[in-house]
Design a binder for this molecule. Structure first.
Ligand code: UDP
Length: 329
């Protein structure tokens, strides 16, 4: 019997590559697509020898052609770190707007079910806490994060429109901060930033007074949530994340303890429009998908630290200083 075929955009990225692994394991034929701007081939090199794995080097903002049938599409292509948005703002806007449009068209043509990766950033700097799916958010369209937040909000709107007007089977996941092996050490996000600083013997840079909060989900838990949502019949957005909330200052202290670094914490300017609090309300995921996170931050951080320790010196020191310095004052 022919295996169902799934297209995973952003397939060489952090989440995309873990999704490739998961769907290979589920017995599907996986087509990974990536333009490799932020994705890295090393994340999927262990899959290249498999008959049921293909890789297309392509930018989904341009017309997407995939020969043959498709049962599923997962749209996970997008820069996801605030430093990347500064570096490639137009691409960030295009991949979730034009890219999503192309992939919805492909889903329609192939009669495939499509799941798009949305984000807690649709809530902006949230006034409602924890964030429920019914909250409309507090986003600055013209701030530095607008290029990501508004593109993701547009993505949700066009996905819902294709569902309503073209009967495409759609799913929308709102992903909260996720971490784990294969994150880019130099992507600027807080966890790789802190661990990278500890490994290089630099001080840990906390932005603002560190009182802002985040809730970190280990990647395996997230992937399970994505799988369950894809297999469900629920077209409205669903939050997936770990509600265990922590301030960034306490998080820095956890990383100091974990790594045993002798470095100290230094305070930098608070970035514009940086959300001051973030915690998912996962009541819907619990009820609809029977899903909840299983991996504690202590366990997840240990695994992730072990991964970062395996990276070469080159990778450890390869950092886009210009962009980091533009962001960190
Ligand atoms: N942050 C920090 N130091 C860093 C990088 C990030 O204090 O070196 C803070 C950042 O200001 C934010 C939080 O950590 O409040 C999470 O930032 P990240 O870029 O990981 O993702 P976000 O959740 O803001 O999209």
């Amino acid at each position: 019997m022919l295996k169902p075929r799934i297209l995973i955009t952003g397939g060489a990225g952090f989440l995309g590559s873990h999704l490739c692994d998961r769907f290979i394991k589920e017995g599907l034929h996986v087509i990974a697509m990536d333009n490799l701007i932020t994705g890295e081939l090393k994340n999927i090199q262990h899959l290249f020898h498999l008959e049921d794995f293909e890789f297309y080097h392509h930018d989904v903002s341009k017309f997407v052609h995939v020969p043959g049938n498709l049962s599923y599409i997962l749209h996970f292509a997008s820069p996801a770190s605030p430093i990347d948005y500064l570096k490639i703002p137009i691409q960030t806007l295009k991949v979730s707007s034009l890219g999503t449009h192309n992939l919805l068209g492909l889903a329609r043509a192939k009669k495939a079910r499509i799941l798009v990766a949305s984000t807690s950033e649709v809530y902006g700097d949230p006034i409602v806490h924890p964030q429920v799916e019914e909250y409309y958010g507090n986003v600055n369209p013209v701030g530095p994060r607008g290029v990501y937040d508004e593109a993701k909000r547009f993505q949700e709107a066009i996905t819902m429109a294709y569902h309503t007007y073209h009967n495409v089977e759609t799913r929308i996941i709102r992903i909260f901060n996720t971490y784990g092996p294969r994150m880019r050490l130099n992507d600027g996000r807080v966890l790789p930033a802190f661990i990278g600083q500890a490994l290089r013997g630099e001080d840990l840079t906390v932005f603002g007074d560190g009182g802002q909060t985040r809730s970190f989900c280990y990647v395996d838990d997230l992937i399970e949530g994505i799988y369950r949502l894809l297999m469900s019949d629920y077209p409205s957005p669903v939050n997936i994340g770990n509600p265990d909330e922590i301030t960034i200052l306490d998080f820095a202290k956890e990383i100091i303890k974990l790594t045993g670094t002798k470095q100290k914490i230094i305070f930098k300017d608070f970035p514009k429009d940086d959300p001051k609090q973030r915690q998912p309300d996962i009541t819907k995921a619990r009820k609809l998908l029977g899903w909840e996170p299983k991996v504690s931050r202590a366990e997840g951080l240990k695994i992730t630290y072990e991964y970062f320790k395996t990276l070469s010196q080159d990778e450890l020191y390869q950092r886009d200083h210009k962009n980091f310095d533009a962001y960190v004052k």
